[in-house]
Ligand binder design. Structure first.
Ligand code: GYE
Length: 311
């Protein structure tokens, strides 16, 4: 059939293509899922994917990109750990005529230095989290602590902005402490322990806003070790929608999460296919969905549907 021919042609077209993927690391369950999905998407399309794990260090990502350029890959996928410091290496990729597609985070560089960026509206995610908390708290006083993502990363900057902007006008809700937990469970737990100590053993904390579920899961452990009930004594709202956050919600130990799809590679590879085929230029930003889930949304079922997807 025509469809089969078209598919096989696409596969044939992509079959001889090589992609370099400069991944940040495996700091969170979500990041691990993105890696799994990206490798699967490349395999499904007959692409040769070369993978680099930078252990969350920008210099390692830059070195990986230079290596991909030297290998003469056909495209580079980059999840930029921080937003600044990319101009030089992106210029080198441009001069080598190798398209770069950004995944899940943004860069401050000029947009002519990358083909497109696939990701969520990170500011909107912070707005959704704040709107849920405003609805949950009503007009009673609420002291909030915030676990920020990796310092200088676009999600840490934008998720903070969206949350704070939405709280404006709701003076009963105050962010009283905010510190990075670098998107990891271990640091989320560690920083939450310091928040609890500083806030009367946690009795003065009404809610936690975590920029990702992994830090929230670490914080939940710290809250329980302090003898308090996460999800009740301290409300928990975060972002990603990883299985373990749904598990916590099914046990009433977390309250809400804003889902982030780990499938950034699908739209990215579709855009590259079109670009390789006939030079089609994609939009500079391809936005993925942000959906709020709460304890009312069958968290146990959502856990079952997500576990095993590479998180
Ligand atoms: O929320 C977090 C990962 O870049 C938006 O990075 C992504 C974030 C995600 O460490 O789990």
């Amino acid at each position: 059939s025509v469809a089969a021919l078209a598919l096989s042609a696409t596969m044939a077209l992509a079959a001889d293509k090589t992609i370099g993927f400069a991944q940040i690391g495996s700091e969170s369950g979500w990041r691990a899922a993105e890696t799994t999905v990206t490798k699967q998407q490349a395999a499904d399309r007959g692409l040769d994917l070369r993978f680099s794990d930078a252990q969350q260090k920008q210099e390692n990502q830059i070195a990986a990109i230079r290596s991909f350029i030297a290998q003469g890959v056909d495209a580079i996928l980059l999840a930029p750990v921080v937003a600044t410091g990319w101009d030089a290496v992106l210029q080198e990729a441009k001069e080598a005529e190798i398209p770069v597609v950004l995944l899940d985070r943004q860069v401050d560089s000029s947009e002519d230095l990358y083909l497109t960026a696939v990701g969520s509206n990170l500011v909107h995610e912070g707005e959704v989290a704040a709107e849920w908390l405003i609805g949950a708290v009503g007009d009673k006083p609420c002291r909030i602590v915030e676990l920020e993502g990796t310092t200088g990363s676009s999600p840490a900057i934008d998720r903070k902005t969206g949350f704070e902007n939405t709280l404006k006008g709701h003076d009963n809700l105050q962010v009283v402490r905010s510190q990075t937990g670098d998107f990891t469970r271990a640091q989320g737990k560690e920083v939450m322990e310091s928040f609890l100590q500083a806030e009367n053993g946690g009795k003065d904390i009404c809610a936690l806003y975590a920029h990702n579920d992994d830090m929230a899961v670490g914080a939940i452990q710290a809250i329980k070790e302090a003898g308090l009930q996460p999800g009740k004594d301290i409300l928990i709202v975060s972002i990603d929608g990883v299985p373990d956050l749904f598990k916590a919600m099914s046990e009433a130990e977390a309250n809400a999460t804003v889902e982030l799809t780990p499938n950034m590679a699908g739209p990215a590879l579709d855009a590259l296919d079109a670009y390789w085929k006939d030079g089609t230029m994609p939009p500079k930003f391809i936005q993925t969905e942000s959906k709020l889930y709460t304890q009312a949304d069958d968290p146990a079922g959502e856990y079952d549907r997500r576990k095993g997807l590479g998180y």
